[in-house]
Ligand binder design. Structure first.
Ligand code: ADP
Ligand code: MG
Length: 578
C-alpha cells in the first residue's frame, strides 16, 4: 500500500524537521536557506524510518532530501558501512558523494567513499574496510566488488536508489537485483526518481516496505504576459553568460535569483567588478541593510539585486524590468512567483532563465504548467555585443548633441588651440576617454570575452564538435550545427581526440548489423563506465571506432574481452592511426 501525499506549499524551516544539530550546522555552512518542496516532504518521513518513493524533477534538491535525514540517523561512532546510495553514473555518484561530504562536514567520524568504474578497485575496497559509513556507488562497479567480497553490504541499514529511472535506462536492472540480494532485509530503503515507469513500481513492490510516496506535482499556473527567454549554459559558465546577456538586454532594474547565499555574493561581486551597480540580498543580511538595498533599487542608486528566494520575499519594486533566473527555481510555482516581480503597473517585463543540460526537463515542466513557451536565445556573440555597445553610446550622446544650451564653445576653442589639433582629433580623444575599459571593435570585444565552448543541447553535442571554440564571426557556428550528423562528422578528418581519450577499434561495423547505440549499450553495461566517459563512436562499413578513457583502459578492455554485440565478439583493441 502506498499513500500519496499532496504537495503542500507551506515551507517549514530546516530546523523544524528533526535533523541532527551537526547536519543543521552543515546546511548553514553550505548556504541553504530553506528546504525545497521535496526536502520538506521527504525529510520527516525518512527521519521517522519510513521507506519512501520520491518523485520530483531534476534539480529540485533530491540529494539533500535523502542525505540530510540519513546522516541524521546513522550511528556516527560505528565504523562500518551503514548507508548505500546507488547512482546511475560515475559523475552522479561523485556528485552525491561530494554532497554527503559537505553535509557531514561537522561529523568528523563520518567518512564517505565513492565506488565507480574506471578507477582502481583496491583503494575503494580499502576505504570500505576502514569503516566508511557512507558508500555511494554505481551498480556495475559495486557488483564487481560483491563478486569478490559477498559480505560487503552486510551492515547496511539505509539504501538509496537515486535517479532510479536513469539506472534502469542504463540497463542496471540485473545488477540491482544482485545488490538487493546482498543486503540485509532489515533496512530502510528510499527511492528517488524523476519518473516512475512500471519497472520502477515493480522494484518498489518487491523491495520496499509500505513505502510512503511523495510526489512534487505541479498545478497549472497563470502567468502575466511576460516576455520569457531561456539560454542553455553549463553551470561553470553562468557568470560569463550573465555578463554577455547584461550587455544586450535593455533593462532599468533587474532582480537575479540564485539558490545560495554564496552565489548571491559571488555573482554580485562579478558584476560589480564590471561596473554594474549591484548588491546581494540573502538571509544573512540584516533587516535595516535589506531595506537600504531595496530603497537603492527603487531610486536607481542600484540597478541589479542578486537574491535568494527567501530574501526576495515581499520585494516589490516597480522599476524592475527584468527577472533573471540565474539558478533554476525548484518548481514552476516558484518560477511564476519570481517572474511576477516584473511587468508591474502595465510595464513591459522580461524574464530570463539559464538552463543547464540536466535541467532541461524542468524547463519543459515550466512551459507545460504555464502554458507558455519560453523561447530559446543564443549566447550573444561579439558582433551583437559590439552593436549593443554602440547603440548605448549613441543613445547616451544623442541628447547632448541636440542640446543647444550646454555647449562650451570657448573651451573647445581653447583646447584645440592648446593641443594644436582639429575638433575631430579632439572628439576622437574624448571618445577614447569615455569608452576606456570597453572595446569598441570586433577584435577588441572578441579578445575581451573569454571564448566559450559551444553550449549545445547536451554533453554529447559538445564532443561532436571536437572541442572547437565557438566561432563568433558570421554565424558559421550555425552552419556547423546544421551539418552535424554521421555524414558531416566523417568528412571532417582527421578528427581531434577529446582530452584523455584514446581510440579503440572493433572489426564489427554496419555490415554486421551494429549501430552506435548497440556499442554504447554494451560498453556502458559491461564496462561500468559513465555515459560521458565514452567519446565519439564512428560506425563504418567493416569496422567501428570508439573513444574511451585512456586511464584504466587495460582493465576496461579486459572486462570487455568476452562482450558480444549483435551476436558477434566485440574484440575491442586500442587503435593507433600511424
Ligand atoms: P536533483 O537530485 O533533484 O537533481 P540536486 O540534489 O542535485 O537535485 O540539487 C540541485 C542543486 O540545488 C544543487 O546545486 C544543490 O546544492 C542545490 N540545492 C538543493 N537543495 C537546496 C536548498 N534547500 N537551498 C539551496 N540550494 C539547494
Ligand atoms: Mg539527483
Amino acid at each position: 500500500m502506498t499513500q500519496e501525499i499532496e504537495n503542500t506549499p507551506a515551507i517549514a524551516p530546516f530546523n523544524t524537521l528533526g535533523l541532527h544539530p551537526s547536519v543543521l550546522a552543515a546546511i548553514t555552512a553550505v548556504g541553504y536557506e530553506e528546504p525545497s518542496p521535496i526536502q520538506t516532504q521527504s525529510i520527516p518521513l525518512i527521519m521517522a524510518g519510513h521507506d519512501m518513493i520520491g518523485q520530483a524533477q531534476t534539480g529540485t534538491g533530491k540529494t539533500a532530501a535523502f542525505a540530510l535525514p540519513i546522516l541524521s540517523r546513522i550511528d556516527a561512532n560505528r565504523r562500518e558501512a551503514q548507508v548505500l546510495v546507488l547512482a546511475p553514473t560515475r559523475e552522479l555518484a561523485l556528485q552525491v558523494a561530494t554532497a554527503f561530504e559537505s553535509f557531514a562536514a561537522q561529523m568528523p567520524t563520518v567518512n564517505v567513499v565513492a565506488i565507480y568504474g574506471g578507477a582502481p578497485m583496491g583503494p575503494q575496497l580499502k576505504a570500505i574496510r576502514n569503516g566508511a559509513q557512507v558508500i555511494v556507488a554505481t551498480p556495475g562497479r559495486l557488483v564487481d566488488h560483491l563478486s569478490r567480497n559477498g559480505g560487503l553490504l552486510s551492515t547496511i541499514k539505509y539504501l538509496v536508489l537515486d535517479e532510479a529511472d536513469e539506472m534502469l535506462k542504463l540497463g542496471f536492472m540485473d545488477d540491482l537485483e544482485l545488490i538487493f540480494n546482498a543486503m540485509p532485509d532489515e533496512r530502510q530503503t528510499v527511492l528517488f526518481s524523476a519518473t516512475l515507469p512500471a519497472s520502477i513500481r515493480g522494484i518498489a513492490e518487491k523491495h520496499l516496505r509500505n513505502p510512503q510516496q511523495v510526489k512534487i506535482a505541479s498545478k497549472t499556473q497563470t502567468v502575466a504576459r511576460i516576455d520569457q527567454a531561456h539560454l542553455m549554459v553549463h553551470a561553470d559558465q553562468k557568470v560569463n553568460a550573465i555578463l554577455r546577456l547584461l550587455e544586450v538586454e535593455d533593462f532599468d532594474a533587474m532582480i537575479g535569483f540564485v539558490r545560495t547565499k554564496q552565489a548571491t555574493l559571488d555573482i554580485a561581486a562579478a558584476l560589480e567588478a564590471k561596473g554594474y551597480k549591484v548588491a546581494a540580498l540573502n538571509g544573512d543580511i540584516a533587516q535595516n541593510q535589506r531595506e537600504r538595498v531595496i530603497d537603492s533599487l527603487k531610486d536607481g542608486r542600484l540597478n541589479i539585486v542578486i537574491a535568494t528566494d527567501v530574501a526576495a520575499r515581499g520585494l516589490d519594486v516597480p522599476r524592475i524590468t527584468h527577472v533573471f533566473n540565474i539558478d533554476m527555481p525548484y518548481d514552476p510555482e516558484s518560477y511564476v512567483h519570481r517572474i511576477g516581480r516584473t511587468g508591474r503597473a502595465g510595464r513591459d517585463g522580461r524574464a530570463l532563465l539559464l538552463v543547464t543540460p540536466r535541467e532541461r526537463r524542468m524547463l519543459q515542466v515550466i512551459e507545460r504548467v504555464t502554458g507558455q513557451k519560453v523561447a530559446e536565445i543564443l549566447l550573444p556573440d561579439a558582433k551583437v555585443i559590439l552593436q549593443a555597445r554602440i547603440r548605448r553610446l549613441t543613445q547616451d550622446l544623442a541628447p547632448r548633441v541636440k542640446d543647444k544650451e550646454n555647449k562650451n564653445v570657448e573651451l573647445l576653442a581653447h583646447l584645440t588651440t592648446e593641443l594644436n589639433c582639429s575638433a575631430e582629433d579632439l572628439a576622437l580623444a574624448l571618445l577614447a576617454k569615455t569608452t576606456e575599459g570597453q572595446a569598441f571593435t570586433l577584435d577588441g570585444v572578441e579578445r575581451e570575452q573569454p571564448v566559450l565552448a559551444p553550449r549545445g543541447r547536451d554533453n554529447r553535442d559538445r564532443d561532436d564538435r571536437g572541442g572547437r571554440g565557438r566561432d563568433d564571426r558570421g554565424g558559421r557556428g550555425r552552419d556547423d550545427r546544421g551539418e552535424r550528423g554521421e555524414g558531416g562528422r566523417e568528412r571532417r578528418a582527421p578528427l581531434a581526440l577529446s582530452e584523455g581519450k584514446v581510440r579503440c577499434r572493433t572489426a564489427l561495423g554496419v555490415r554486421d548489423g551494429v549501430a552506435a547505440r548497440n556499442l554504447l549499450g554494451a560498453i556502458l553495461n559491461e564496462g561500468g563506465l559513465s555515459r560521458d566517459a565514452i567519446g565519439r563512436i564512428q560506425i563504418r562499413e567493416s569496422f567501428s571506432l570508439v573513444e574511451l578513457p585512456e586511464e584504466g583502459l587495460e582493465s576496461l578492455l579486459s572486462k570487455l574481452k568476452d562482450t558480444r554485440v549483435a551476436g558477434k565478439a566485440l574484440k575491442l583493441r586500442r587503435y593507433r592511426e600511424d
